[in-house]
Design a protein around this ligand. Sequence first.
Ligand code: MG
Length: 204
Amino acid sequence: MKIICIGRNYGAHAKELGNELPQEPVFFCKPDSAILPKGNPLYIPEWTKDLHYEVELVYRIHRLGKNIDQAHASRYYDAVSLGIDFTARDVQEAQKQARLPWEKAKAFDGSAVISTHWLDIQAPEKMEELHFRLDKNGETVQRGNSRDMIFSIDAIIAYVSQFMTLKIGDLIFTGTPAGVGPVQIGDVLKGYLGEQEMFQVKIK
Ligand code: MG
């Protein structure tokens, strides 16, 4: 399986990092080795001084597809969950400045937190407004709503599947809202979809 991640998909977040709004989806991948096993803490890698959380809605692909029409895209995912796209912001900035790929900053071991709790999508039209948030040490640091995504999950699937075949079990991180920030040893992050707690991660 592969993990596809969308960047700059919320206007306020693109702005906070000084990025232009994208004309088409920006995407990159994380390997399956990036998934942080449930219950494990995240150890801050020694090669970064600025590790950031990015809370994101994650969709699960349950059908093989290539060149998927946006009008049919909702048939290709069956569940939504919540995760964190951990990012070594200092490393990412250096890569961006040097016009190099982001994998070093985004694809390292443990960089993908994915809740093991999945919400079945029965009727996509009823799933248009998904509220989610991230709390750090009991204080809310990020709030998001799926309606604020620049590119909807259907638009993302149509776009990405022009380049990559989507396979059963692939996951799509859909970008983070504003409020990203650093973590320190001892921090506890908790993600909520609606009022439901989806995950808890301790930083070590
Ligand atoms: Mg992200």
